[in-house]
Design a protein around this ligand. Sequence first.
Ligand code: EPZ
Length: 419
Amino acid sequence: MEKFVIKGPCKVKGVVSVSGSKNAALPILASTLLFNKTVKIKNLPKVKDIETMINLLRSLGSKISFSQNKRIVKIKNYKIKNFFASYSHVKTMRAGILVLGPLISRYGLATVSMPGGCQIGVRPINYHLSGLKKLKMNYKIKKGYVHANAKKIIGSKIKFPKISVGATENLIMAATLANGKTILKNCAIEPEIKDLVNFLKSAGAKIKWTGKRTLEIYGVKSLDSTSYSVMGDRIEAGTFCIASALTQGNLEVCGLKPEIINTEINLLKKIGAEIKTKKNKIIVKGSKKIKNLKLLSTKEYPGFSTDLQAQFMVLLCKAKGRSIIKENIFENRYLHCAELRRLGANIIVRNKKAIILGGANFEGAELMSSDLRASVALVLAAIAAKGKSIIHRIYHLSRGYENLDKKLKKIGVDIKKIR
Ligand code: EPZ
């Protein structure tokens, strides 16, 4: 199995461009099942999860052709004849559940594998199912699959009991071709959801934000052909900004509108980094002294992102003084703590909080990746550590970071990928 060998410490410097957003591209790709005309999607990241989604769509009958550089796909969903999304596709990429909404809305039929849990949590889909039921989807769960059917998806009023990115996305897609009007309240408002809405509107969908977390959707008979470029990856951008703040670096992070990670930018300023923002770039200069944060809690967008929690924790390990991180979105997202301790971090996990005692001098070690974001946190720590680190099971990283080793090498990191 491939691993990374990283020799530190080093200061990252120069310019890095983020790839297209995995978490925007996945729902947009799933939503192409709503179309009976050709769709072109650009700026796709070359990561494993996108490959898995493409394979899932092809297994349903999508005709998909890639451009030379594999960042552009042309998708023809005229002849979907299979409505079975298998466990093999969904088990490694939980976003596979996002084909349920479009399939049931366009065809009235879908058998989709339950996503199953993962390292960071149980990952239930009860809000997806209860919302779709309100739109007249019938379903039963048998042998780990959702067996769903609907005579016709009918618009309705739905208020999500809890903010859920995936449930919001599934309901937006199902309501797009529904009979009549759907109102969705207490929606997640991550930028990736706005990207999905903008994509569907570019094809003639009648969707509009009528409140901060409220969507109004009038079902249409069919969608037009469209060509759309996926937004830049804000989690990748945040990861590189943290890398610069961590290593007293001087980095220009390009490819996204800085304001979509305002919360994280303000936090980096609070811990002492110097940040300038321009139209499509963020310039981060790390300071020698990293300040601690009394309490950092993850929240739904626009709050501090759970997908940057592990990366930020590495920063706070180096801060002067004690910090506390509270993970509020997932029930088990502290897997990186044990591995960071192996590098010399001083972290206690108690009562669902991580208490970081700060002042760590990381020393290189052998490390084991777990979930996607915990793995990239280990890479950051290895870059800041003195000596050699070996990071095993880096396949977790290739799910969501395109050419990570090449991008890091280009900004001054001594990193090699070995078998
Ligand atoms: C999306 O996952 C992202 N994945 C996650 O990124 C991200 O961490 C998460 O949103 C939160 O921002 C993609 O976009 C592909 P949720 P999703 O539904 O949709 C509970 C990454 O690293 N919940 O907002 O699964 C759930 O258990 C990944 O790129 C229910 O209880 O997240 C969790 O505790 C990791 N019932 C919370 O809500 C439901 O029906 C948030 O989940 C749905 C969710």
